[in-house]
Design a protein around this ligand. Structure first.
Ligand code: AMP
Ligand code: MG
Length: 360
């Protein structure tokens, strides 16, 4: 008789967040951490093979965990894909496709970049410009690309703001032409695209289940190996660098859970904090009343773009936006006055100690 094997994996996936320095650069991330609690008890008579790898790429500590006969191969393929995309997209690498494009002002897009730029343009349109990959010159101006931070002077900001606007981009037959002085930064969407790609890889390798944690982004392949739901912890935006307090825990499967928060990357000057999610309308760090935005969706790329966009849009616009297409995604929001808002389909799956408002 086969021995019943109980695999007890209490994996605390600690995921450092992107340090948001104008995209995805291969420099050490800040020590801020996001916590995703993953506990797996694979019951049943058969042992499920598992493999796990920690990777540092795209500015972020990442963890890939796979379950299935080909778990090790899937983890290796996932790592290869992450490194490939990092090299392609990093604005910190002068040889990346995006750096060359920014330098030349135009260029042929790879299939990966084309998918991201198309999605970015669609989300830009749908969010009234809140998501805009042309914020790159603003990221540079604030020093997020070099970590040489400074609050820009009004005149400088005004000048750079003129270059911001996806309406000045022209995408035709796979070629992207930038407007005068423009630069693009896929940092707000690339991790979501990457986690979608990893889901495809998991499928190819016939996995039973899998979980990836890329900075504040988690994507779940199926359920836990024992068929139960994953527990996905959302970082409390008030948590200090050294603690791992949670805003709450979401029980779910087969989806992306992607969070944007000011704590991912910021600096302080004269007692004021300035963070890395820029409002393209003002050129300043978004300050529209939300301090944490989590998007839950089947599509990582959409969830990533929307987490950034909704952070910029603020509570009221975000609620209206969700009401216009509630089947596409769900929300977990925290406002600056510590009120938590959750869309109705998540209300039983999400637990928190904060007072909750349900968005119907
Ligand atoms: P996320 O952590 O997904 O919210 O993405 C933040 C990153 O997206 C920043 O570090 C920038 O690279 C980029 N970004 C900042 N503001 C915006 C914006 N309004 N639209 C699109 N990308 C942005
Ligand atoms: Mg994002």
């Amino acid at each position: 008789m086969k021995k019943t094997v109980l695999i007890l994996l209490a994996a605390l996936l600690l995921t450092a967040c992107s340090n948001g320095n104008g995209g995805i650069q291969s420099v050490p991330a800040d020590s801020q951490q996001n916590t995703d609690v993953v506990q797996t008890a694979a019951a049943g008579p058969q042992e499920v093979k598992s493999a796990k790898k920690d990777i540092f790429a795209m500015d972020t500590y990442m963890t890939v965990t796979c379950y299935g006969d080909r778990a090790q191969e899937a983890v290796d393929a996932a790592e290869k894909e992450i490194l490939r995309l990092d090299e392609l997209l990093s604005v910190g690498n002068p040889d990346s496709e995006i750096s060359k494009l920014n330098e030349a002002g135009e260029g042929e897009l790879s299939n990966d970049s084309k998918i991201m730029v198309e999605e970015a343009l669609a989300v830009n349109e749908r969010t009234g410009g809140a998501f805009d990959i042309t914020v790159y010159p603003l990221m540079q101006l604030w020093g997020f690309t070099t970590q040489d931070y400074k609050v820009p002077k009004q005149e400088e900001l005004k000048k750079v703001l003129e270059t911001v606007g996806s309406g000045q981009l022209a995408l035709k037959d796979g070629r992207l032409a930038l407007g005068k002085g423009q630069g693009i930064d896929l940092g707000g969407i690339a991790k979501g695209y990457t986690s979608d790609r990893l889901m495809e890889i998991f499928e190819e390798y016939g996995l039973v289940s899998g979980i990836i944690s890329l900075g504040g982004n988690v994507q779940l392949y199926g359920t836990k190996p024992d068929g139960s739901l994953w527990k996905c912890g959302i970082r409390d935006p008030h948590a200090s660098d050294s603690d791992s307090s949670l805003l709450g825990v979401l029980q779910t499967a087969d989806c992306a859970v992607i969070t944007s928060g000011a704590y991912e990357r910021y600096f302080e000057e004269d007692g004021k904090t300035y963070h890395h999610i820029i409002d393209p309308a003002t050129g300043y760090p978004a300050d529209n009343g939300l301090i944490s935005v989590t998007i839950v969706s089947r599509q990582g790329i959409l969830a990533d773009a929307l987490s950034t966009a909704c952070y910029v849009m603020g509570l009221e616009k975000t609620i209206d936006f969700w009401k216009s297409s509630p089947e596409e995604f769900d929300l977990i929001l925290m406002t600056a006055d510590d009120e938590v808002y959750v869309t109705a389909p998540l209300k039983d799956a999400f637990s928190t100690d904060y007072p909750v408002h349900v968005i119907e």
